[in-house]
Design a protein around this ligand. Sequence first.
Ligand code: XIL
Length: 333
Amino acid sequence: RAEGLKDYYRDYFPIGVAVKPSDLRSDEKSLILTHFSSITAENAMKMGPIHPFEKKYFWQIADSIVQFGLDHKLKIRGHCLVWHGQTPRWLFKDSTGNQVNKEVLLSRIKDHINTVVSRYRGKIYAWDVVNEAIADDSSTYRKSQLYQIAREEFIEQAFRYAHAADPKAVLFYNDYNTENPIKREKIYTMLKKLLAKGVPIHGVGLQAHWSVNNPSRSELEKSIELFSSLGLQIQFTELDISVFQGRQGGQLITGEKSLDKTAFTPEMEQQQLEKYKMVFEVFRKYKKHITGVTFWNLSDRYSWLDGRGRKNFPLLFDTDLQPKKAYYEVTRF
Ligand code: XIL
């Protein structure tokens, strides 16, 4: 079998990909098996999809993804246990439709985490326990319903519940915009406090939803150095490099509106391959601290960034599942 991305990075870190069920039974399957040594469920393990009603779990898709990982000896990351997004409606409401109090919310979160983590104990090696709890604005914590009801206590408790359910699982705090100096500092301060309290947290997941303009090499290196100074391992958990998003001179770059693959211009291709080259240089430089790099989707045929009438082309494989120029940049070292 041809050498794939994972083979180039054998001495560095596992290379992962976020998958949806159809990827596992189509042309995408062989691309996954050639290039990746780790998988994450793109949506199937989030609380809304897997636990839609208080007494009802929907295991089918998550189970099939885990089984695929086991069958092909892939590492499996779990994503995610507590997040403000894709939460089921029942979580915050009692039977009369009123908002629950902190004790009820925490006990529901505990049941959820215990049930999901226990089911996959020994199969899923790492969990994104808390996702995106830090705010992008001037406040420290995101003002989600989770926060409004339980303040920051839900963060600490989520890690304790997960650790109790699987003491061997590697537990991550996961977030985006982690190269922004202000947000980075807030995340660092939170993690430091949690660690000082003895909260079982082992790693920080940097989502890495990046663009051709962002991040810079120096901000990326600063984030890796700052978080690893806490003794935490680092994983890039949701890597993609958008050709549209980002700002130049304060102007949001909106890009083409076309769905046609020719909308991926040679200029975009060049900017994107330079960014991919740079970030993988940095990943290799810090291999001591980095224990995984996962792409958020497989190829430009489908990306969660597509939509609103345009494609994005953020990945290393094109709409025909062929390696792009950026692929050759990250495998030449
Ligand atoms: C995204 C999925 O890719 C989409 O299919 C879904 O509609 C929304 O969620 N940060 C995360 C991921 O932690 O869970 C998100 O995944 C992307 C942003």
